[in-house]
Ligand binder design. Structure first.
Ligand code: ADP
Length: 201
């Protein structure tokens, strides 16, 4: 699982690391955004919270993640990005994984100072239908609120997972490749190494 504040680069690193691990990257933010653009019932429920920079309530988020983890591609392993984001979510995740005889192997925290986060988020643009657009929640006042929510509700997960012996912290300032190399090292993988074949393959 990847832990870190908005703008730390979790989404970018999740894609690269997941492909090294041959496991799906599961991003709650991406699932919510897909539901908002698809105008689904879940998207309608989540949109107001997201636009305000607040967390979507735990019961909505946890149910959504449980469904996603039950899909066949997550059977052999997965990389979580943006979940859990509260201690309550972390406890519910631990319980539902334990029911399956499973658990998290590692929590990788991406460490970036707040000045750098504000710089990255306010200049971030996404390509949508051939045009560069700013995410609604990347507006300066919403960015400040998201960082506040992170400090209050999500940062305590660092201590929670340290207590469980699962936490590895890496410096997430530098090029994408440099951060990936530190991440793979922390996960015990050399960059470029091929994941070990699974039994029966
Ligand atoms: P970032 O990490 O840049 O804030 P995300 O794409 O992870 O962006 O999340 C965007 C928004 O989606 C959050 O501000 C929040 O409203 C909602 N969200 C994503 N993951 C969760 C979660 N685990 N619990 C509650 N809300 C979430």
């Amino acid at each position: 699982m990847l832990l870190g504040p908005p703008g730390a680069g979790k989404g970018t690193q999740a894609q690269v690391i997941a492909s090294h691990l041959s496991a799906p990257a599961i991003s709650t933010g991406d699932i919510f955004r897909a539901n908002v653009s698809g105008r689904t019932e879940l998207g309608t429920k989540a949109k107001a919270y997201m636009d305000a920079g607040d967390l979507v309530p735990d019961e909505i988020t946890v149910a959504m993640v449980k469904d996603r983890l039950a899909e066949p591609d997550a059977k052999a392993g997965f990389l979580l990005d943006g979940f859990p984001r509260t201690i309550a979510q972390a406890e519910q995740l631990r319980d539902s994984l334990a029911e399956l005889g499973n658990g998290l192997d590692c929590v990788l925290e991406l460490v970036v100072d707040e000045d750098e986060l504000v710089r990255r988020l306010s200049s971030r643009r996404m390509l949508v239908d051939g045009e560069w657009v700013q995410r609604d929640d990347d507006k300066p006042e919403t960015v400040r609120h998201r960082l506040h929510v992170y400090r209050e509700q999500t940062a305590p997960l660092s201590g929670f997972y340290e207590g469980e012996g699962l936490l590895a912290r890496i410096d997430a300032i530098g090029s994408v490749e440099e951060v990936t190399a530190r991440a793979l090292e922390a996960l015990g993988r050399t960059p470029g190494s091929v994941p070990a074949p699974q039994d029966g393959e």
